[in-house]
Design a protein around this ligand. Structure first.
Ligand code: AQP
Length: 333
């Protein structure tokens, strides 16, 4: 049986939020003990939407600090910065020649992020899923832990891998499987239960940051949008109330308590009673991570050293794939 390799990336496009943690990072921490893991801070993805150059480097280090503070071990996994391994961009070009325009046209994340002004969105935002395919296929990853929002992109990665194999008449790429965290597939905005919690939402009140203080978390949860009814008594009733369902999902994911039990415990109580318990649950999840992150961020040299050492390890694997791809495609290397 082939080796199980996990790859996943996080963009330094803003401060890491609770959705990123529950949908992705928490799973990374479990996976590191079960499989060979490669985690990338995908700065080339982040710049598909303009990033302030004065903030990008700091945000990149912050993602690394949060990774470590959450429990990812830099000596056990390959944790590196995407732009430091130029083979990602190189493979993205080869795969751009395999991917079809019609496939990219169907990507809903591009439609969401470009909004009504598709014509002025960057070409990078449009071809983002091809770079994502390169990230994953460069390391022949077998499993990709992602939130529900990235499921469509991963299907595209599989389509690209399959077409490449067919075009060059060999089973070169395996087809990576998504690993979707069932309890936190999609954490939603605190201001709108139908929109996902996102780094790029203009409202800071919409998301809980992994570096927020207990006081900030408490204020955000108390102000989180809800209706004025009492807490629901069944899963069916919960599903009709997106904002309440989101808060219950956050409780489930942070506490690891079963959803039915949480619904039973708070059935017909005031929402404010539930919110107070939710605050305790979220602050006890975030406080130790925020504390450790702050400590790590004081040692920039330590963080930069991890990034450069790990980039070397990633590049050894990446170079091998690029040489193989060049040979398959017929490009002299
Ligand atoms: N709201 C979410 N709920 C669950 N999982 C989520 N993820 C992101 N938002 C949620 C998962 O976090 C990982 C890293 O995401 P990313 O850095 O690639 O960013 P993104 O998916 O584009 O979403 P963000 O964090 O809101 O950033 P912006 O605003 O820049 O787009 C992924 O595994 C993702 O599924």
């Amino acid at each position: 049986m082939s080796k199980k390799i996990v790859f996943s990336g996080v963009q330094p496009s803003g401060e890491i939020h609770l959705g990123n943690y529950l949908g992705a990072l928490k799973q990374f921490v479990d996976l590191q003990h079960k499989k060979d893991c490669i985690f990338s801070i995908v700065d080339l993805h982040a710049i598909t939407i303009w990033q302030n150059p004065k903030l990008l480097a700091g945000r990149t280090r912050e993602v690394l600090a949060i990774f470590i503070a959450c429990g990812l071990l830099p000596e056990k996994n390959i944790i590196f910065k995407q732009s430091e391994v130029s083979e990602h961009s190189q493979l993205a070009w080869f795969l751009s020649c395999t991917a079809r325009v019609g496939w990219l046209n169907r990507m809903t994340q591009f439609k969401d992020k470009a909004g009504k002004n598709k014509e002025i969105a960057s070409v990078g935002l449009y071809t983002y899923p091809v770079l994502m395919a390169a990230d994953i296929l460069l390391y022949k990853a077998t499993h990709v832990p992602v939130g529900d929002d990235q499921k469509q992109h991963l299907e595209l990665v599989r389509d690209i891998a399959q077409k490449f194999n067919k075009d060059y008449n060999q089973e070169y790429f395996n087809l990576p499987e998504p690993l979707i965290n069932k309890t936190a597939t999609r954490i939603m905005s605190l201001r709108d239960g139908t929109k996902k919690m996102s780094k790029s939402d203009p409202s800071e009140q919409s998301r809980i940051m992994m570096t927020d203080s207990n006081d900030q978390i408490s204020k955000k949860i108390m102000k989180a949008k809800t209706d004025s009814l009492k807490m629901p008594s069944s899963i069916e009733a919960t599903e009709k109330r997106p904002e309440i369902e989101n808060l219950i999902n956050i409780f489930v994911a942070c506490s690891n308590i079963n959803k039915q039990k949480i619904i039973d415990d708070f059935a017909s109580k005031e929402i404010s009673v539930f919110k107070k318990e939710l605050i305790n649950c979220v602050t006890s999840t975030i406080e130790p991570i925020a504390f450790e992150t702050e400590k790590l961020l004081k040692d920039q040299k330590f963080l930069d050293n991890i990034l450069s050492e790990n980039a070397k390890k990633a590049q050894l694997l990446a170079r091998k794939t690029i040489l193989e791809i060049k040979r398959i495609v017929g490009v002299i290397s």
